[in-house]
Design a protein around this ligand. Structure first.
Ligand code: AP5
Ligand code: MG
Length: 209
């Protein structure tokens, strides 16, 4: 099963993907996570991407499409993928269609996790993540990861100014994909402003998992 997780920054894509991976064994590909790793390792990609990410802008399509072409051919993707944060533009969506067609794999659904923008601003300004295991939590977790004991940190782009720009960029460049996937008969919309476990239950149900 191959799924696109659509939704604004902070809608809960990473949170839902982690649950799907744990229970259903799908392969999680988050372009944001890959880019943050590249920034940390100061690779050529990371150096090119950092300025865009810190400003809440999209990294150019050609860089993202190249990284995804390589990632989606890795052996661990054969069991099915959850794409989190990709595609984010019409150009990326068309490129994904081509990549999947070449691999002879269908896209089964585009799941839109729908959350009001003001709710999102509050979530992202209080989000904290674990440096060690990637656990996604909040300031309420304190400085130590409740899962592995690692150090919790705040992402550089989780400040209100950048969050609001990310939401504007989402509205302008990514939200048109909702109609794109509706037109392909693949769109499923889920109310993401509920307990994460209830959101997860709905996602599994619509996917028949
Ligand atoms: P990326 O890392 O993808 O960030 P994003 O899309 O902005 O999404 P987030 O990771 O912020 O939110 P999420 O939906 O995963 O929410 P989460 O589960 O963490 O991208 C970062 C940057 O990289 C981009 O700005 C861009 O520069 C670049 N980039 C990445 N992909 C790109 C692409 N394809 N093209 C171009 N550029 C690209 O949850 C958020 C918070 O809410 C957490 O604290 C969580 O605990 C909490 N929460 C989750 N669910 C719930 C719930 N149901 N109720 C209450 N709280 C909840
Ligand atoms: Mg995320």
């Amino acid at each position: 099963m191959n799924i696109v997780l659509l939704g604004a920054p902070g809608a809960g894509k990473g949170t839902q993907a982690a649950m799907l991976v744990e229970e259903c064994g799908l392969c999680h590909i988050s372009t944001g996570d890959i880019l943050r790793q590249a920034v940390k390792n100061q690779t050529e990609l990371g150096i090119k991407a950092k300025g865009f990410m810190d400003a809440g802008e999209l990294v150019p399509d050609d860089l993202i499409i190249d990284l995804m072409k390589e990632r989606i051919q890795q052996p661990d993707t054969a069991k099915g993928v959850i794409l989190d944060g990709f595609p984010r533009t019409a150009t990326q969506a068309v490129a994904l269609d081509t990549m999947l067609a070449e691999l002879d794999r269908p896209l089964n659904a585009a799941v839109l996790v729908d959350v009001d923008f003001e709710v999102i601003v509050g979530r992202l300004c209080s989000r904290r993540m674990c440096k060690q295991c990637g656990y996604i939590g909040s300031v309420a977790d304190g400085p130590v990861c409740p899962k592995c004991g690692g150090e919790m940190y705040q992402r550089d782009d989780d400040n209100e100014t950048t969050v609001r720009n990310r939401l504007n960029v989402y509205e302008k460049s990514t939200s048109p994909l909702i109609d794109y996937y509706r037109g392909c008969n693949l769109l499923v919309k889920i109310d993401g402003d509920r307990d994460p476990r209830d959101v997860y239950t709905d996602i599994k149900e619509v996917l028949g998992l």
